[in-house]
Design a protein around this ligand. Sequence first.
Ligand SMILES: CC(C)(COP(=O)(O)OP(=O)(O)OC[C@H]1O[C@@H](n2cnc3c(N)ncnc32)[C@H](O)[C@@H]1OP(=O)(O)O)[C@@H](O)C(=O)NCCC(=O)NCCS
Length: 178
Amino acid sequence: MKIFAETEHLILREIVVADTGDMFELDSNPEVHEYLGKRPIFCMHKARVYVDYIRMQYDKYGIGRWAAIEKKSGAWIGWTGLKMNFEEEMNGHQNYYDIGYRFKPRYWGKGYATESSIAARDYFFENFPNQKLCGLAEVENKASCRVLEKIGLARKADFYYEAEDCMIAWFESYGVTP
Ligand SMILES: CC(C)(COP(=O)(O)OP(=O)(O)OC[C@H]1O[C@@H](n2cnc3c(N)ncnc32)[C@H](O)[C@@H]1OP(=O)(O)O)[C@@H](O)C(=O)NCCC(=O)NCCS
């Protein structure tokens, strides 16, 4: 199992099929989906589809979301990291590199999204020099917007997202000066 990065509190590793149960626990929780269109999943099959999609991204684009494992407990706490977004146009962008994160609620508020996203950001700029890294979050998702801001992405626009009837904040960067 490939480890992509290690931080003070987390191991960031490849997502594997054996993670499907944890993925289901994460994505079936309505609290987690509050700012994700309010569509938690209801079956393991859908969680497996998510895992397969991430693994396809590793093969096709050389990136993908990573499992975050809390070092002190060994717990699978959620996912973090990168994605090539080729599906839906957002804010005039198609085929863009996205940074994101999604954790089980009991692990919120510990700085893990920021810590893991710094590692993912650094991995991206090392491996994809001169490419743009984007991040987006519902404007009302203050924690997520704050994480994107803290890792050094610039908030470039707020736009209306008709599919979910909400305002989205768009962040981006071509590199971060330490
Ligand atoms: C968004 C999410 C990943 C944040 O994870 P986290 O590990 O708690 O984030 P961190 O602890 O690294 O940082 C959160 C920051 O937001 C701030 N914050 C949290 N809730 C906030 C709120 N309601 N208003 C303002 N700021 C808030 C925190 O204080 C912290 O900033 P600080 O370090 O300056 O104090 C987590 O809440 C989650 O998994 N949510 C569900 C999935 C999701 O919404 N993903 C993002 C989709 S765009």
